[in-house]
Design a protein around this ligand. Structure first.
Ligand code: FE
Ligand code: FE
Ligand code: ZN
Length: 280
């Protein structure tokens, strides 16, 4: 392939700081990684140590790691109908973006939110309102909206919904999109039979220039099921060849690909080695 190198990583446990996370990821053959900025089910942020972050930056540069794709907690919901939940969203987002400044130039990915019956357009408005409060011209992080499966009242199951959020954000230059292959499949985008068509649709609606990262997962359920149950790369409803076509697609070259598959360390190392062998 004449395409640019892609980066392959997985979601590491955030315990022990940046150097520890980087060491664990590198040991499994990864050249990028994702991590939760705090307990994924909510609560206070894990303390970040500036010295550890500085050591990590030097180490990551030396090893030419790809961009990190940090993940916001699942409980972050800017379009909740409960005020305390919306307040937590703002607080967590603000604190996390501050923490991200310890490792400038990386990504902060979040699930746009669930409108819990208030309607998609009210949800979109609330999500954009939060972004307009927390994005600043000085920040060195790009915030990514994740494509969602459309489970329950999730916003972001259609490319058009992400586009509408982006359109309502003032600091467009701080925004991008992370494409989750399990989520879009569950959302009804058939990447098995028409990968080119789905990526053209993404380009037409959002623009491929906004695409900064991929969450690479198979799915336990059929296309359009709106379930969001991740499967290991070679064990889900999509054929393994479909996954390989995704990582080899020229429109996605140069991006970080993060595995969020149900695996232990050995399983991740095995999937990473399988991808690298297929990439040649
Ligand atoms: Fe996610
Ligand atoms: Fe994901
Ligand atoms: Zn998911």
């Amino acid at each position: 392939m004449s395409t640019q190198k892609i980066y392959i990583g997985y979601h590491v446990s955030a315990s022990g700081g940046y150097m520890a996370m980087g060491g664990r990821a590198a040991a499994l053959g990864a050249d990028t990684f994702a991590f939760f900025t705090r307990n994924p089910r909510g609560g206070a942020a894990a303390r970040a140590d500036p010295e550890d972050a500085a050591a990590f930056r030097a180490w990551a540069e030396e090893r030419a790691l790809g961009p990190l794709v940090a993940h916001a907690p699942y409980t972050l919901n800017p379009c909740s109908d409960k005020e305390n939940v919306r307040e937590f969203a703002k607080l967590a987002f603000t604190e996390d973006l501050e923490r991200m400044e310890l490792t400038p130039g990386n990504y902060y990915n979040f699930h746009p939110g669930s409108h819990v019956g208030q309607g998609v357009s009210a949800g979109i408005e609330a999500i954009a309102a939060l972004l307009n409060e927390v994005l600043s011209p000085e920040m060195h992080t790009t915030v990514l909206l994740e494509t969602m499966a459309g489970k329950g009242s999730e916003v972001g199951g259609r490319f058009e919904e992400l586009r509408a959020i982006l359109d309502a954000v003032e600091r467009q230059e701080k925004m991008g999109v992370c494409l989750d292959t399990c989520h879009i499949w569950d959302g009804g985008y058939d990447i098995e039979n028409d990968l080119d068509g789905v990526l053209s649709e993404f380009d037409r609606v959002i623009g491929l220039g906004r695409l900064r990262a991929v969450h690479l997962n198979n799915s336990m359920n059929p296309c359009g099921s709106r379930k969001d149950r991740h499967a290991r790369l070679r064990e889900g409803r999509m054929a393994p060849e479909t996954i390989l076509r995704v990582v080899n697609h020229p429109a996605l070259s140069g991006l970080p690909f993060i595995l969020e598959t149900p695996n232990d360390d050995r399983g991740y190392a095995d999937e990473i080695a399988w991808l690298r062998a297929a990439l040649g």
